[in-house]
Design a protein around this ligand. Structure first.
Ligand code: ZN
Length: 132
């Protein structure tokens, strides 16, 4: 199947991109204290890109496209291919899943490592446990 028509594969690739930027954001304070070689070593270990590089290129394009649309910049509908539309839907699903797994702190907005964190790692705000 061509990459642009593999919605499940693209959703997985988008999830990985979100996780990558989350991990890099979380590691930023540590990385700042490291020299380049140490930082490179840490970043090389993660995240795990499990599928063909083409998926991540396409996923990055779709995330950009979705972000642009979120800004409300109007595009004529004929700009979009069928696979763009399917891809945007995949980005939305990936984002919803990411947000469930990494809920933002109601006090400071920092995303948490997982959905069951009892309190915010950043500001110490007690978090309501996700039911289920
Ligand atoms: Zn917080």
């Amino acid at each position: 199947m061509p990459i642009e028509r593999d919605a499940d594969g693209l959703e997985q690739a988008v999830r990985t991109l979100f996780e990558e930027s989350f991990i890099q954001h979380r590691l930023a304070p540590q990385l700042e204290r490291m020299n380049d070689a140490e930082a490179e070593h840490v970043l090389a270990d993660l995240p795990i890109r499990e599928i063909t590089p083409g998926y991540y290129q396409r996923a990055a394009y779709l995330v950009d496209l979705t972000n642009t649309l979120t800004l409300g910049i109007p595009f004529p509908p004929e700009c979009f291919t069928q696979s763009d539309v399917a891809g945007i839907a995949a980005v939305r699903r990936a984002r919803a899943e990411f947000e469930r797994e990494h809920p933002g702190c109601p006090a400071c907005g920092e995303r948490q490592d997982h959905a069951h964190t009892p309190k915010c790692f950043s500001c110490g705000q007690k978090l309501r446990r996700a039911s289920n």
